[in-house]
Design a protein around this ligand. Structure first.
Ligand SMILES: *[C@@H]1O[C@H](CO)[C@@H](O)[C@H](O)[C@H]1NC(C)=O
Ligand SMILES: *[C@@H]1O[C@H](CO)[C@@H](O)[C@H](O)[C@H]1NC(C)=O
Ligand SMILES: *[C@@H]1O[C@H](CO)[C@@H](O)[C@H](O)[C@H]1NC(C)=O
Length: 507
């Protein structure tokens, strides 16, 4: 019954994350109630089969579960489009024929959403399922922490879809499950917005509960500190986060550094030909000088269009340092973030309102790529660049920086927050910070982050084009460091070690 009602609930269009009026807030509350029911019914769907009911009861539960699944596929299953009876029974046979450990790691993350936490959670799950030999735990996944995006799901390669399908069906006993809540702490139980709560039924029922999160500023707010301290462990990606979390009041005994993997086989420069980015880039300032015979030197930046990413710093440094005569080009691979996508006007207006003077030789050209780039083409975009540059004010990890480094590009990136974990003088051009500044808007208002130096950025960009040998040596070292420290097998080992430690702990 409940499952049926909630099925209808889930077929409504997904609401916004934020409540906007009291009217909406009322319906939000009632939806949340239904969601909690839904979550416990989900939980029953997943876990009931493994509970040690008296035998008759057990079989009843299995029958019930089977018929529920047949008649009412859950939202997750319908969005995954994998609900198929034959596949299911083959799967069950396979499961029965292979010995499986009884412990479980239930990874709850925005697997179906796209975005930072989504790709990060995929990278862990792929690393664990591929590289942990004879694991002491089964792996299960569940969507949590953000809205599902059909476009994102459809763009995933088939083998990832199959893995999601398989891992979503893993059956676990509550008391033998370590839950990983991979999201911002506002999504953790009880969630501050509409999402499947993590852990699903609150704390205390599970073997252990781990929060995986990060921030881009110098601190963690008190509400989030409280939520972190409800967890048994909090996994953060860098030393920077270990120190900001502990300084903000998170119990130091709970904070564990778990770095992020990068798929160094996929991001391998030897495997790709450069994409013809001149074809897909829109020229928004300056133009090509037909008199320059050799190909231009391409600076590439990849970011969501938000103030935090320091695009203003980048444009200033680039336009002040270079003119058309330098034979350089800046390509911005960007997309919208709570803003419209009119990047041409944003850039032109920014330049007009700034103190940047047009060089006598003409503007050094700026190109924008704002079309959807399939994941499979991403390495070819890096391959088309001479250097990668990102002058953010704060980063959790800095995924595009790491991708560029794996592609052997020399990178110029702000030496503050997450990237301090991996930027060195030998493998990159760490960009010095001028000062700290207060965050003026958004969820981190009142926190502080970094103001990267425009002058230092100018010098580093100039350095990268005038000493190509040095730049290439840094790029080569960058890939070596990525392989040595963050390749999936290395990080899978780090994660599995910590999970095994948790399993070894006396209850
Ligand atoms: C979990 O609960 C089941 C059923 O009550 C029990 O058989 C099993 O030993 C428990 N596992 C652990 C690790 O305590
Ligand atoms: C290209 O060279 C020609 C001849 O030297 C000159 O007249 C023209 O202005 C140059 N064009 C640009 C865009 O610099
Ligand atoms: C980058 O930041 C780290 C941590 O603050 C610091 O130890 C290092 O010296 C910095 N590197 C450069 C090149 O400024």
């Amino acid at each position: 019954m409940i499952a049926h009602e909630n099925q209808q609930q889930q077929q409504q269009p997904p609401p916004n994350n934020q409540m906007q009026s009291s009217n909406q807030s009322h319906s939000f509350n009632s939806k949340l109630k239904t969601l909690i029911l839904y979550s416990s019914s989900i939980l029953i769907l997943f876990l009931a089969i493994s509970f040690s009911f008296p035998k008759t009861n057990y079989y009843y539960t299995v029958q019930h579960l089977k018929s529920t699944l047949t008649t009412h596929p859950t939202f997750f299953q319908s969005i995954l489009g994998f609900f198929d009876q034959t596949q299911k029974s083959q799967q069950t046979q396979k499961l029965n024929s292979i010995f499986k450990p009884s412990h479980c790691v239930l990874w709850m993350a925005p697997f179906l959403s796209g975005g930072g936490y989504s790709s990060e959670s995929w990278s862990y799950v792929l690393a664990l399922s591929e590289h942990v030999k004879n694991p002491r735990f089964k792996l299960a996944i569940e969507q949590h922490g953000d809205l599902e995006s059909l476009e994102f799901w459809e763009g995933l390669p088939q083998d990832m879809k199959n893995l999601a399908f398989e891992l979503h069906k893993t059956q676990c006993r509550v008391n033998e499950t370590i839950v990983i809540c991979h999201s911002e702490p506002g999504a953790w139980y009880p969630p501050l917005f509409e999402t499947l709560p993590c852990p699903p039924t609150g704390y205390g029922d599970y073997r252990s509960v781990v929060g995986r999160t990060m921030f881009e500023t110098d601190r963690v707010n008190p509400e989030h500190v409280k939520r972190c301290n409800r967890m048994d462990f909090v996994w953060v990606p860098t030393e920077f986060h270990v120190s900001t979390f502990v300084q903000s009041g998170v119990d130091p005994a709970k904070v564990v550094k778990i770095v992020q993997p990068i798929d160094v086989k996929f991001f391998d420069p030897l495997k790709y030909e450069p994409l013809d980015i001149a074809k897909i880039g829109k020229c928004v300032l300056g133009g090509r000088n037909p008199n320059l015979s050799s190909k231009e030197f391409v600076f590439l930046s990849v970011f969501k269009w938000e103030y935090r990413k320091g695009w203003d710093v980048l444009l200033k440094a680039y336009l002040k340092e270079f003119s058309e005569a330098d034979g350089v080009a800046l390509y911005l691979l960007t997309n919208t973030y709570h803003s419209d996508g009119d990047f041409d006007n944003k850039i032109v207006n920014f330049v007009e309102d700034s103190d940047i003077e047009k060089p006598v030789d003409g503007w050094a050209p700026i190109f924008v790529i704002d079309t959807h780039i399939a994941q499979i083409d991403l390495p070819r975009i890096y391959k088309a660049a001479g250097a990668f540059v990102l002058s953010s004010r704060g980063e959790g990890w800095g995924r595009p920086i790491v991708e560029a480094m794996a592609m052997s590009l020399p990178v110029i990136a702000t030496n503050w927050s997450g990237p301090t974990e991996y930027l060195t003088e030998e493998n990159s051009y760490p960009l010095q910070v001028d000062r700290m500044s207060e965050v003026m808007e958004g969820p981190f208002k009142g926190h502080f982050w970094a103001e990267p130096s425009v002058d230092k950025l100018r010098a580093l960009m100039r350095g990268a084009i005038s000493n190509i040998e040095e730049a290439n040596a840094k790029g080569k070292k960058a890939r070596e460091d990525m392989i040595r420290r963050f390749s999936p097998e290395i990080v899978a080992g780090i994660v599995a070690d910590h999970i095994n430690k948790v399993l070894d702990k006396e209850m």
